[in-house]
Design a protein around this ligand. Sequence first.
Ligand code: C2O
Ligand code: CU
Ligand code: CU
Length: 486
Amino acid sequence: MTRRNFITISSACAVWLLTGCGGGDNGSDSSGSSTPGSGSGGSPGNPNPAPGELAIPPLLDPAASGGVKQFNLSIQAGSKEFFPGTQTSTYGISSDYLGPTLLMRNGEQVSINYTNNLAEATTMHGHGMHLPAAMDGGPHQVIFPGSSWSAQYTVNQKACTNWYHPHMMGTTARQVYMGLAGMIYIEDSESRSLGLPNRYGVDDVPLVVQDRNFDGARQFVYNPSRMQIRQGYMGDTYLVNGVIAPYFNAEAKSLRLRLLNGSNARVYNFGFSDGRGFHQIATDNSLLPAPIAVNTVTLSPGERAEIVVDLSANMGSTVTLQDMATSKKILDIVVNKEAGDNSAVPATLARSLQFPGAESAVRTRRFVLGMSRMRMTINGKSMDLNRIDETVSLNEQEIWEVSNNMGVNHNFHMHGTHFTVIERDGSRNISANDSGYKDVVFLPPRSSVKLMVKMTDFTDAYNPYMYHCHVLEHEDDGMMGQFVVV
Ligand code: C2O
Ligand code: CU
Ligand code: CU
């Protein structure tokens, strides 16, 4: 065992001990309704599954100390056996690949303490989190090798599925590719009272979907050519929670899947092999007002969707989640367990969402995703850490009009807030996955969207938030800008 491996493993163990992976939730949730992981018995998650079985990242729900929930995470190098008998060099967060799921409740004070045990600098961004810019973990909040950084804030948003990942200038794509990413579950009193499936890893299952290329020695290949940067770097092997096209043993009941497109560039069209319908219950940043019946959901990089599929009539069979775009398998759902409860999809979900109309906007900003002088740009400009591109006033309703004038896929993500999509390609007919509150919106070739944007908190004339294309090769190549809120 090399010294590096030893350090990796011992620090991972230390973190699990500190955070109590034995399901140490001692009743901080006073609502009396169930909470993820509470129904499964034993520790929530299944980080070391049988060969071919879906791994479930551990669910961290640390007890608050001094009123603050402390998440202690180690960013580290390691290796993982994706293929039997071969170790692939990886990065992970308190793990060999990916990181634990962080459970937060609206109103809680949290401190996410990251220690960088890599030999290179990184950052750790809370994607979808509504927090002050200085706590955002963007490219300005660098964590140098051997040092630590804490994101400290009060959770202040509705229930949703967010994630965390590096945001280091120029190296985000490679660092994510190596394995740095994890999920954040945010709950609120509403989400807990709806009777939705919420036994973590049992009927409420996080799925981090990624694509990777391996070389002949089964090591990750990340060395995109200029052409691959332009197209976005895609892999031929699909991983779910770090396992190649796995299976999952499910109960014969409604199953909630929290889909995260954690890939650098690939756009997935999720659906089931038998064409069955399902319900989309959440988009990126909130539950929907009501479930929407769909047959497929398309997610571009960074987007999330929560879906519920009814397996109650499928005992003894296997239902396959696949990418309809390539017909490749993502996950075999083996229905072989009796229903442990009768949670399902209620008729209404988030009741108090506000959807501002276009007439309330005081200005329109335009963002054109394109290329100039061989670099990926927004409004003709390549990202510059020393340039503030936009200054946004607190509480002013704006329209952000974003267009892709290229022949490749892009999307648009903004930090610190969420938006609603009011128009796509001139039409006000909004699809299920463009509904609700979002923080990433897909922009296929030569398309445009209009977004309703309002910054409601956290003025800071010094620390900017980012907006960018979430195709990570494009982001690293400069398709990113900065705004401050004043
Ligand atoms: Cu998911 Cu600016 O990032
Ligand atoms: Cu983000
Ligand atoms: Cu792009």
